[in-house]
Write a protein that binds this ligand. Structure first.
Ligand code: NAD
Length: 471
């Protein structure tokens, strides 16, 4: 693990093994941290905080630009490790590294542009303003679905604003996390202790980080179930928590939708990263007038994809991340078929590795388990609706509130839905995620707090009220 600028084993000597999801074979081991290791890492981050947070923004920014350059220089190597351990196709993993580098550059520039306002108060000779200060030591607990970019999304704005961090990557992608740490260890000017990586299980290392009394804030991305456990761990010390959790995102296809254009976005998103995207389509409500066309074109797209070894640059979809997750996704497919869905294409699991062929399930209903829960896999759940259905009620009938996708040529009709959809993000005739935009605007059980853009940047600061009487 990478703690206080040194490479260390777990104090207990315990290790965990990670597996190549394309072959099912073990690929290596990583230390398995316990509460003692977490305590050492938090101590290192705390000790580094005064000097790092005290640096002028311009000095910290030089380090962030150096990190971005180092990530670009090592993108090929990071992409190979992510491909081997997570199953990300090479081109996607390489692109994620470029995205990760950009996060550091964007965060540095955005942090430098932050400014405050004087607040007029009803008293003479009184200056009131809000000063933004770094939060302190931040514990990050990251998910496996996008190992490299998720690390950058959290780390870049946090350190840009003077915070110091302890990161725990998901245990099944520990080596990808340590590869990122290795790249950071080569960055000149990054003081020891500013960024620390510990590896280990969620239930031991993650829980110890979430409950550590000297951690000021938790930044978490993962399932809603784990998010609730982390909130409970963080409650006794009243930590600030930013939680990006699960989703089951409704897709509304109106009768006038441009089907070809919609599929370029939706079908791509459905199968990219084997469907392991929080913002991806969860359940499709397709108007009866365009339903047959949508189903057959979706299936054609699914069948056109090249699935296989992620290191082959022509491969478009790799395996799912683990045997456990593959079995869970297959369970949803079997369950939907037992409840009356029609398998249009896919549904085949590999004998070697954890693949499932791109799957399209038609004739699903809103009440099916596969339509109610987050599958997080390469499975499109298609539901036909008619003019008699209350589309908004169907879309909102979920404990999740991450995002919704709307496709219609009638922009007015689409925009009238924005206020009615109980979600944190609405995409109309597109899906775009840029550095400038806030992500994690989710509501309901999909999260609290913001990530991305200036909204996300401000989460890594505390607002301090300053009031001076200069009579
Ligand atoms: P997960 O909840 O299983 O694990 C996430 C992290 O939490 C891992 O590092 C894990 O080791 C750790 N963890 C597990 N139990 C813990 C505990 N008791 N205390 C502390 N840490 C613990 O999630 P996952 O399966 O890795 O990721 C997939 C989920 O992430 C999906 O639900 C997806 O929707 C969600 N996600 C959400 C967003 C978003 O922006 N809202 C983005 C990506 C992924």
């Amino acid at each position: 693990m990478y703690i206080n600028g040194d490479w260390v084993f777990a104090a207990s000597g315990d290790k965990l093994t990670t597996v190549n999801p394309s072959t099912g074979e073990p690929i290596g081991t990583a230390p398995s941290a316990n509460a003692r290791d977490v305590d050492i890492a938090v101590g290192a981050a705390r000790a580094a905080f005064p000097a790092w947070s005290g640096l002028p923004q311009g000095e910290r920014n030089k380090v962030l630009f150096a990190i971005a350059a180092k990530i670009r220089e090592n993108a090929h190597d990071i992409a190979l490790v992510e491909g081997e351990e997570h199953g990300t196709p090479y081109n996607d993993a390489f692109g994620a590294c470029m995205g990760a580098a950009e996060k550091f550059e964007w965060s540095a520039n955005a942090a430098a542009a932050l400014k405050g306002d004087e607040i007029p108060v009803p008293a003479a000779n009184t200056l009131t303003y809000v000063k933004r200060e770094p939060v302190g030591v931040i514990g990050f607990i990251t998910p496996w679905n996008l190992p490299t970019i998720m690390t950058a999304v959290k780390l870049a704005p946090a350190i840009a604003l003077g915070n110091t961090c302890v990161i725990k990557p998901p245990s099944i992608n520990s080596l990808t996390g340590l590869k990122f740490a290795h790249v950071l260890s080569m960055v000149e000017g990054l003081p020891k202790g500013v960024v620390n990586f510990i590896t280990g299980s969620g239930s031991v290392a993650g829980a110890a980080l979430a409950s550590h009394p000297d951690v000021d804030m938790i930044g978490f991305t993962g399932s809603s179930e784990t998010g609730k456990a982390i909130l409970a761990s963080a409650a006794p010390t009243v930590k600030k928590c930013v939680m990006e959790l699960g989703g089951n995102n409704p897709v509304l296809i109106f009768p006038d939708a441009d089907i070809d254009a919609s599929l370029k976005v939706l079908a791509w998103r459905q199968f990219n990263n084997s469907g392991q995207h929080c913002s991806g389509p969860g359940r499709y409500y397709v108007h009866e007038k365009v339903y047959d066309e949508f189903v057959s074109k979706f299936a054609a797209y699914a069948e056109s994809l090249k699935v296989g070894d992620p290191s082959d640059k022509s491969v478009q979809m790799g395996p799912l991340v683990s045997r456990e997750h593959q079995q869970k996704v297959l369970g949803y497919i079997d369950g939907a078929l037992a409840e009356g869905a029609r398998l249009v294409t896919g549904g085949v699991a590999s004998e070697t590795g954890f693949f499932i062929t791109p799957t399209v399930l038609a004739d699903c209903t809103h009440g099916m388990k596969a339509a109610r829960e987050e599958i997080f896999g390469p499975v499109a759940v298609l539901i036909k609706y008619t003019d008699a259905d209350d589309l908004v009620a169907l879309a909102n009938d979920s404990d999740y509130g991450l995002c919704a996708h709307v496709w219609t040529r009638d922009i007015g009709a689409g925009m009238k839905l924005i206020g009615k959809l109980h979600v944190g993000a609405v995409f109309i005739n597109c899906q775009m995620l840029a550095n400038e935009q806030p992500w994690g605007t989710s509501i309901k059980e999909s999260g609290i707090g913001k990530e991305g853009g200036t909204y996300g940047l401000l989460e890594f600061t505390d607002a301090k009220l300053v009031c001076v009487n200069y009579n």
